[in-house]
Ligand binder design. Sequence first.
Ligand SMILES: C[S@@+](CC[C@H](N)C(=O)[O-])C[C@H]1O[C@@H](n2cnc3c(N)ncnc32)[C@H](O)[C@@H]1O
Length: 280
Amino acid sequence: MTDIVGRYDDRNKLNDLTGKEWLKSTKSFFLSKKCIDDKPAFNHPAPFLIKDIERMISLFTKERMTVLDPFMGSGTTTLASYNLNRKSIGIDLSKEYKQLALKRFKQKGIIGSKDFKYIVGDSLKEIPKLNAVDYIITSPPYHNILKNNSNGLRKDSSVKGYRSGSRIGVKYYSDKQNDLGNQKSYNDFLLLFQKIMEQAFNKLRSNKYCSIVISNFTVDKKEICVQADVIKLLCDIGFEFVGTIILLQDNKPLYPFGYPYSFKINHMHQNIINFKKTEK
Ligand SMILES: C[S@@+](CC[C@H](N)C(=O)[O-])C[C@H]1O[C@@H](n2cnc3c(N)ncnc32)[C@H](O)[C@@H]1O
């Protein structure tokens, strides 16, 4: 987006984009973009790509604002925030993922900065201790899909690229009871996710935004419209749904799941589901 020019409007309280940049960011899709700094994250089963998250952060914040990620994993949200001169707070249950994140931060020379905090703990308990934040971007565990029959391991050596390797050799997140990925039923998963997002809602400043990155997936081999459920549960909390941006991941391998008997979809995108905490 650096090659775009245009004029900045002083009435803009949302971000630092020019009019032209803002307009481009309102597109309902974009193509996922990798960079070299994504690679060290692939000891985590499901990391974001830094450039994808930078794009969202530059749309929904100004410099020096604070971004919260309640499921921080390998630390991507902090790297993206730091690259854009934003502050960040991340929470994750796993101290191993914090170590992985710190390794990534060290490689970028950002250890010791006061601009980010990585808390190891349960978001349900840790979010209430935080100060107010300006934007939330996060991706929860996708229920228990990393524990499916394929163990989350779908090795395909014929396909090259960072994305295809991200789940190879790593299993699920943890055995902890409060891990969202360990909830017995899909409904339990939704209920716990809602409780955590309720806490996040309380910390988000008025008229600020929240983005949930999640794809549809199968539960007991049946395709679920996860997006619809996420929108309902966040709107029940008080968020206003403001639209979904499709993050196209055209570099994922294709699997012949139902072939040659029935149609089974290959998910090649994530939904970035956006919400506003509208002032009442
Ligand atoms: C989809 S991953 C997030 C990956 C992250 N976006 C990245 O770039 O690495 C979900 C994360 O949620 C964490 N998690 C699960 N339940 C949690 C909870 N109750 N509180 C905090 N973190 C939790 C898992 O350990 C896992 O790292």
